[in-house]
Design a protein around this ligand. Sequence first.
Ligand code: T46
Length: 134
Amino acid sequence: MRLISHGDERGNLIALESNKNVPFEIKRVYYIYSTKEKVSRGFHAHRDLKQLLVAVSGSVDIYCEAVWGNKTIHLSCPFEALLLEGLVWREMHNFSKDAVLLVLASDYYNESDYIRSHDQFLVELRRFNDTPPQ
Ligand code: T46
């Protein structure tokens, strides 16, 4: 989804607000940076967590797998966000050297919300229905 940027002669500013342009209450913010060359991250799904991902610097490919199939989204602009909700297997690949991936999350960190086995993900996916990421 495209975020509205407030730009003027000084540059740009994007505001992210709970239940406004972010479709959930934001309880946690984290960012991934200085990812080493050729390193991929993720390889899990979440049971309940909703997240909004923005490459505020650089670029990264997000591979998503869900009931609707699979898709790779290239994030490379601070005004493009990827909403991940529902049961979505995600992998992050091809981080650029300068990539900073900002993530807004709907809940606190909770390891029991993670599905880290792809086989278990496929089992849970069979019981699940969802829409593609925007
Ligand atoms: C996701 C993708 C996009 C914390 O202590 N608190 C946190 O909020 C998070 C996210 C992680 N951690 C600890 C847990 C691990 O010891 O930080 C370490 C790295 O976490 P993880 O290996 O899960 O990181 P990624 O990059 O594989 O996945 C992360 C998120 O965990 C995940 O929710 O969707 O980014």
